[in-house]
Write a protein that binds this ligand. Structure first.
Ligand code: 26V
Length: 850
């Protein structure tokens, strides 16, 4: 096999049949120079990187704008069914590189800039990450936008334009400190289009009066009105000239209300009103211990839902007279329960604004809305106090009560006399509105995000609903966009793959499977190793710059990057590192496969234990990194402010992907898929999508350990777990656990007392002591595999080869055909190559929980 020795100067990554923008290098360069001069009025030679970035983004925006207009014109002509993906979070990250790739202009741009003495790579970090999400749920939404545009579907995101995204994390003395993420820098976002002419009024508070003259009507009066102004962020399709939009709503004052001040009204109340309105979309809520009682969060949810649905129905009515066509022309998808008020809001619009009767409106609502659940963690299942809903949203409250009564009556018919079951399925119970129950009642489809997750939903938290309406429940295993996570984030690997199998995989990621043939090609495996080493070198430079730590690029880069949470078990990883360290200290002659353990992740500001885990990792890092006795065989790194851009740097450089959640707790995980696609080998539990990764990659190509989901659930239900017994019987565990409080760490005995107590006195809820031995054994097996480099590279290669099924193009095609029933063909899915993904589909097994 011929390997392109200069991986940077490969041919443009253009798939046959696709249409990159027709712009030569010279044209691009001249347009950039022109744009720069017009924008900044100064010589390019005196420009800052920030100014060059602004000009480049503006130039791309022009190209994107043209495509946006033609996409809209084409859609107006063909009137396809529209998908609206409602999500309180969209974790976009940066858009410059991905827009260049999707336009087919990355190489053209890099060459044009280099002719001007500018490095494209040095401009990319000038863009602020759009961090409008907490983690997996928000990033998933962003991946889906990319796939919808790539597949040419008329799909739009609907979200909120938070002025501050997820907080910026700084590590000071080992502790997390939170700072506001001022991503807009008090300017406008380079990619967005503000559309004040399409603003929508959203109403809060007030009273509802029933009017009966002939027909019963409900009049909402004395409300406070807030204007929702849309900002459209273009979503560029992959070399297909399609541009969809992510519509982000921003809260602004209703100017008619505001002018009262000048006319002598109570100025204080007007100022309060202004501040209240501006606060509405100021801040993204971090996943905190619970949201209950946080009025502003409920206001945000309704703001998103009301603005989006009014705008959807308005644009539907511009083109269609018959409301009965709504489900045929619009699919409204709610990403978790945060937008579940879409159910009563659509009812409100259909009943109060459009004049339909209940029996017409309800079937239309259910046929239009679908819902994805993303967690079974009880503390994350949303409820809202009925009194709060009634006060803030009086008409919505009436509708929720009505939906509750009617669904209750139907259940009574199905299960006469079974009050316990009916109460358990109630939307309103114990003074709370249960958002998941509302979402299930008002949707025609409910799905989990990995096979095991859907099964657990059907057997536990949603079992009554699944028994009652089994056809509503379905699984769609998550996916990630290979265009961002492989093609854009790992250009060296993408180039190597192109050399080996050509570029068709970019359009049809299932074709990555053709790479498997190279598993016995030592030349290819060596080239793969060289790419990984280059990526590791790049990450090592970053670690040196940020943490002032030198790491060995030939050591195993073992990465654990995700939100900090007890169920994700960063602490189990720490326990293994402590054990390795203890072994090295006990035997000064011991030589191990050198390892660099890389952590990254934010803890919710109110999540005390997760913040202590960050301190624990950093304290351990200080101890190990400064201990000459271990001869640089171990390094521990915590990289601050984990975000999408940092993930794009870490994942291509990782050898090992840590996916070690307590089985049954991680709904799917998506980081696991990104690592797999970049050739990192997973060490993980049989949880979430790890199960399907194992099936796709082959059981020999992933390292699995730990309790099964069934075993965990049995322990939760029946008890019988005895962590103290493990502590006394395994000397390694006794040592590590005691070290948390016995002065081993130079921080005082109370610093990690909570970790100690949770293991020994609070039942070890996440089964760390139980899974420890299996984890250590599996880490040892993994290290042995790494030492056989040929074998290791083969493992990495097979992971890449079988990762195509986890492309969000596959996921989206499943949503499009099974849930939204889009009539338009989904390219590359059910048309070009029927069955190509089916060949890769992880085996459908009955014993999913075993
Ligand atoms: C929210 C909260 C809020 C209250 C405190 C604890 C807590 C814990 C977790 C969450 C997140 C809930 C929703 C979520 O982000 N789920 C994630 O969705 C991903 C995309 O489907 C999936 O890959 C992750 O496994 C799942 O945790």
């Amino acid at each position: 096999m011929l390997i392109n020795s200069n991986l940077y100067n490969c041919e443009p990554l253009t798939a046959p049949g696709t249409k990159p923008e027709a712009l030569s290098v010279t044209e691009f360069r001249d347009s950039f120079v022109h744009k720069f001069a017009a924008m900044h009025g100064k010589p390019l030679s005196t420009a800052t990187d920030g100014e060059k970035f602004a000009a480049l983004a503006a130039l791309l925006r022009e190209i994107i704008s043209k495509n946006l207009i033609t996409t809209r014109q084409e859609r107006a002509r063909t009137d396809p069914k529209q998908v609206y993906y409602l999500s309180i979070e969209f974790l976009l990250g940066r858009l410059l590189a991905t827009n260049l790739v999707n336009l087919g202009l990355r190489e053209t741009c890099a060459e044009a800039l280099s002719q001007l003495g500018i490095q494209l790579d040095s401009l990319l970090p000038e863009e602020e990450d759009a961090g409008l999400g907490n983690g997996g749920l928000g990033r998933l939404a962003a991946c889906y936008l990319d796939s919808m545009a790539a597949l040419g579907l008329a799909g739009h995101g609907c979200g909120l334009r938070y002025r501050y995204g997820l907080f910026e994390q700084k590590i000071i003395n080992g502790y997390q400190h939170e700072y506001p993420d001022n991503w807009l820098q008090d300017r406008s976002y380079v990619w967005e289009y503000r559309r004040p002419d399409e603003q929508i009024a959203v109403r809060y508070g007030g009273t509802v009066r029933m009017q009966t003259n002939g027909k019963t009507r409900f009049l909402h009066e004395n409300y406070e009105q807030v204007m929702a102004v849309p900002y459209d962020v273009p979503v560029v399709g992959f070399q297909n000239k399609i541009v969809n939009t992510l519509r982000l709503w921003s809260a602004e004052i209703d100017i008619s209300h505001y002018t009262c001040c000048r006319q002598g009204a109570d100025c204080n109340s007007v100022i309060d009103y202004k501040h209240g309105v501006e606060a509405l979309t100021d801040l993204l809520y971090p996943d905190d211990t619970h949201y209950e009682g946080q009025l502003l969060r409920l206001k945000q949810q309704y703001f998103l839902v009301s603005a989006s649905l009014q705008s959807i129905v308005r644009s539907f009515r511009l083109n269609h007279d018959a409301l009965r066509l709504l489900p045929a022309k619009a699919a409204i998808h709610i990403n978790d329960t945060h937008p579940a008020l879409a159910v009563p809001e659509l009812m409100r619009i259909l009943l109060d604004d459009c004049g339909l009767g209940w029996d017409e409106a309800w079937p239309l609502t259910v046929a239009t809305i679908s819902y994805t659940n993303h967690t079974i963690l009880p503390e994350a299942l949303e409820t809202w106090p009925v009194t709060m809903v009634a006060q803030l949203l009086p008409r919505i409250h009436m509708l929720i009560q009505e939906i509750n009564e009617r669904t209750g009556r139907e259940l009574w018919h199905t299960y006469p006399g079974d009050w316990d079951r009916i109460r358990a399925m109630s939307i309103v119970a114990d003074g709370q509105v249960h958002m998941a129950h509302l979402a299930i009642a008002g949707s025609h489809s409910v799905n989990g995000v990995a096979r095991i997750h859907t099964e657990i939903l059907k057997q536990s938290v949603m079992r009554n609903f699944a028994a009652c309406t089994p056809d509503k429940f379905t699984n769609v295993t998550n996916g990630i966009t290979h265009r961002r996570w492989l093609l854009t984030a790992n250009p060296r690997l993408a180039a190597l793959i192109n050399d080996a199998i050509g570029p068709d995989w970019i359009k049809t990621p299932a074709k990555l499977a053709e790479l498997a043939a190279a598993a016995s090609d030592p030349g290819f495996l060596a080239a793969l190793a060289a790419v990984k080493l280059d990526n590791k070198r790049q990450l090592a430079r970053y670690i040196k710059a940020k943490n002032n730590l030198t790491v060995d690029i030939n050591s195993i880069f073992d990465s654990h990057i995700k939100r900090m949470h007890a169920y994700k078990r960063q602490f189990l990883n720490v326990m293994h590192i402590m054990d390795l360290y203890n072994r090295l200290r006990a035997d000064p002659a011991l030589t191990i496969a050198p390892r660099t353990f890389i952590f990254g992740g934010k803890a919710a500001p109110g999540y005390y234990k997760a913040k202590k885990t960050i301190k624990l990792i950093n304290t351990l890092a200080d101890k190990i990194n400064n201990d000459p006795a271990i001869r640089d065989q171990l390094k521990v790194v915590f990289l601050e402010n984990y975000n999408v851009s940092l993930a794009e740097l870490i994942i291509p450089a990782a050898d090992v992907s840590e996916q070690i959640s307590t089985a049954s707790r991680e709904a799917s995980g998506t980081g696991n898929m990104k690592f797999m696609m970049n050739g990192a080998v997973t060490i993980g539990t049989l949880d979430g999508a790890n199960i399907e990764i194992r099936e796709a990659a082959g059981a020999d190509n992933i390292f699995v350990f730990g309790l099964s989901a069934n075993e965990v659930l049995d322990y939760y239900q029946q008890g019988g777990y005895n962590p103290r017994e493990l502590y006394t019987s395994d000397p390694r565990l006794k040592t590590i656990t005691d070290q948390l409080v016995n002065g081993f760490f130079p921080v005082g005995p109370e610093e990690f007392r909570l970790h100690y107590d949770d293991l020994l006195h609070h039942g070890d809820e996440y089964f760390l002591l139980q899974d420890f031995a299996g984890y250590v054994d599996t880490q040892n097996r993994l290290a042995a595999a790494y030492c056989d480099q040929q074998r290791w590279q083969r493992l990495g290669l097979l992971n890449i080869a079988y990762s195509g099924w986890f492309s969000s193009d596959r996921t989206f095609a499943e949503y499009a055909t099974d849930i939204w029933q889009l009539t338009e063909p989904v390219p590359f899915w059910n048309q070009d190559q029927p069955g190509i993904y089916d060949q890769l589909r992880p085996l459908a097994r009955q014993d999913v929980l075993c």
